[in-house]
Write a new protein. Sequence first.
Length: 381
Amino acid sequence: MLSFGRENTSLTAKWWRNIDKQILFLFIFLLLLGLFFSFSSTTSVMSEKLNKQTYFFFIKHLIFVSISLFLILAISIQEKNKLIKFLLFLFFISILILALVPVFGVEIKGSKRFMDLRIFPLFQPVELVKPLFIIFVAKIIILNEKINVYRRYLYSFLVLLLIVLFLINQPDLGQTLLLTLTWITMIFVSGFNMFILSILGLVFVGIIGLLIFFFPGKFGYVFLRIKTFIDPKMGDNFQSQKALDAIKQGGLTGQGMGEGILKDKVPEAHTDYIVAVISEEFGAIFVLFIVIIFLFIGYKVLNKVFSERDEFLKLALVGLVSLLVIQTFIHIGVNTRLLPTTGMTLPFLSYGGSSLIGSSIIAGIILNFTRKDYTRYSEND
């Protein structure tokens, strides 16, 4: 027992010595901010509308934050090669679960995006797929050197297309856009021919267009959301309009904690419109502060990329941090009506167990891949 304790202490000491503490503290800070905003944006909703305890959402969010912190630490402390093998195996499991959503999924507001896993009710499989997809694509592009480079890119595109077809079938336009943009970013930084990338992009858009044309009952919602975005009179834009009004109402400094009214008017304000809630109560300056945190995390990770020799780690880190930053800006774009409604959460800050778990997996992998001195780890452990 004494020896085991010393080994654990040694492993923890090595982890603490080699972890990027700035990135770690920023991830933890974002989780704590999300907990604070959950307290601010959900207590009145629960007590007045849903006949539940006043702190029902907050307590659930606290539990998910605790699980997320554990996942971040557990993933970041693992040995890199073992972690990669496990993540690749988990990717196939996540794809299988995603494929089963249309059959066993729970329908909410006309969409089947969630699975009831009993121990984790209403889990959204795509949140697990996203970080694992990045790892799988990086593995295909970088490590399989025996296959022609263009064939590797084609394989990664086919994997993306498979996931996108599952997502459109749910339907989930936001996650489709997010994964596609992240894949394009990874392909671009890997040095892919832009002409061929443009052709693949046109093929992708053409496939989506054909699906909308031939199956309007299933996929027509995409066209309807775009029409509503261009002309609000063409459809229901109640939520997005209220979110924009809340942001205007908050101004630069906000109206004060608990003084916002958006959370009482829009049912999903604490998830899909958390930036509007924050802006209304704490002002646009605080939202800008949050954006700067995400951009600084991106800056720190890219600094690691420039100094990293392992091509797989470089590409995986670019994909993971792109996933976070792009999702952040899509969420803000929807809240400010710069983008059509997508139902996209804000990483670490929005309420929701699936979103927090997915974000924590991304954070844990980033912390693991930016950890220093892997050679010493493998030699001593």
